[in-house]
Ligand binder design. Structure first.
Ligand SMILES: [Zn+2]
Length: 329
């Protein structure tokens, strides 16, 4: 359970706007939340439901302890309804069913909240049915529609709702979010350095590929300084079998880039932001036997390797050339 002020760390603009509207008692009837997965749309939708229904709120903040707040947290508040696609779409019957249920059931607070997930999946008749209900409410009604792409939502819905865009989470929040999914700090930090997409992050977490890839990258960087003749063997025996797909190769090169950035940070004494934080001793050793200039140059070689890769140059060739260039400097 979080307060609006805590949620502000993740989505400052959206939260500030909603706080202000709540304080002035000027909420829109319908909001369209747009943003990629993992940006906190659902969390903020339920927070808004609490502020809307809590009777003990102070300004924008819901009390978080009353029966209304608790039931919303447990997702069983009778006046908060969640509509999600059944199969491929959200159908008219789903919306109608809900409206009937509202009519039959005794009125609890008089207020109603609809939270529509994947609003772009609403059929035109479902959308019309919902709009009609919003425009002729029997009680004060708030609708929060959520989508990853507002442009895929029917224009009638777009024009009748206030659109709020959710930005990707700030790095530290993103790492926290991944840690909540049960992934270690070490890997969360690495994944957050590689992608801003929550979906891709989850996909990366689901296999042990990322941990394996990370250890190959560390091994290569270690050998580069300590056993340079070994590097080309490792590329053949470990790199090539690990980084097979195009996306894996890109991620691999990005990991090398992150290592070099860590090295640069170490060289300038800025070690609180390291991605490979558990390798600090090794980074410090390397920092002593290299210069900032050489590290920056190595980074530009990696960027060049990325360009070669997207121009379809053979991956093994790309890697050999990269490490040759780094060694020759
Ligand atoms: Zn409350």
């Amino acid at each position: 359970m979080e307060t609006w002020n805590e949620l502000k760390d993740s989505q400052p603009k959206v939260v500030q706007l909603l706080q202000r509207s709540l304080e002035k008692d000027r909420l829109a009837h319908a909001y369209l939340f747009e943003g990629s997965k993992g940006t906190g749309k659902k969390q903020i939708a339920f927070q808004l439901a609490k502020s809307f229904l809590c009777k003990k709120n102070e300004g924008a903040e819901p009390c978080l302890v009353c029966a209304d707040c608790k039931r919303i947290d447990h997702r069983n508040h009778p006046d908060v309804h969640i509509i999600e696609p059944e199969g491929l779409s959200i159908k008219k019957q789903q919306v109608e069913h809900l409206q009937k249920e509202f009519t039959y059931r005794g009125v609890e607070s008089g207020k109603k909240v609809y939270i529509v997930d994947q609003a772009d999946k609403m059929t035109a008749s479902a959308a019309n049915s919902l709009l009609k209900f919003l425009e002729e409410p029997t009680a004060p009604t708030l609708a929060v529609l959520m989508t990853e792409r507002a442009s895929s939502v029917l224009p009638t819905i777009q024009s009748r709702s206030q659109q709020l865009s959710f930005s990707p989470l700030p790095r530290e929040k993103f790492i926290e979010r991944l840690e909540k999914e049960g992934i270690s700090r070490t890997l969360s930090t690495l994944i957050a350095g590689l992608t801003q997409s929550y979906e891709e992050a989850i996909a990366l977490m689901e296999s042990d590929w990322i941990a394996q890839a990370r250890s190959v990258v560390i091994q290569l960087n270690e050998e580069l300084y300590e056993r340079p003749h070994q590097v080309f063997l490792t590329i053949q025996d470990k790199w090539i079998p690990t980084f097979k797909e195009r996306r894996e190769l890109e991620l691999g090169l990005d990991m090398i880039l992150l290592w070099l950035r860590d090295l640069l940070y170490t060289q300038v004494g800025k070690t609180d932001q390291l991605v490979f934080a558990d390798q600090q001793t090794l980074l410090e050793q390397q920092a002593l036997s290299s210069s900032q200039e050489k590290t920056s140059q190595s980074m530009s070689f990696v960027l060049e390797a990325k360009r070669h890769l997207s121009a379809n140059v053979n991956p093994q060739l790309v890697m050999e050339k990269l490490f040759f260039s780094i060694q020759e400097g």
